[in-house]
Design a protein around this ligand. Structure first.
Ligand SMILES: [Zn+2]
Ligand SMILES: [Zn+2]
Length: 76
């Protein structure tokens, strides 16, 4: 499973730090694709996560699961 990880300019909701670690994971098999995204604050450890499943796409808040729902960056 490829993991991709970048530091992005985003504000922490808890301590107002200006940099978050943005992590994307991707998984697929014959039936489904899963994208998971995580923002984590390296100062206070606050985390927010989102996950897309192609078998339950209505749970996903944005149009494109290959872009982070928190900062909008593309995967990869
Ligand atoms: Zn923080
Ligand atoms: Zn992000």
């Amino acid at each position: 499973m490829p993991t991709d990880f970048q530091e992005v300019a985003a504000e922490c909701q808890t301590c107002q730090a200006k940099v978050m670690r943005c992590k994307h994971n991707y998984f697929s098999d014959e039936e489904k694709e899963i994208h998971t995204w995580e923002h984590r604050c390296k100062d206070c450890g606050f985390r927010e996560t989102g996950g897309f499943r192609s078998d339950e796409p209505e749970d996903w808040p944005t149009e494109d699961p290959t872009h982070c729902p928190f900062c909008g960056r593309p995967a990869g």
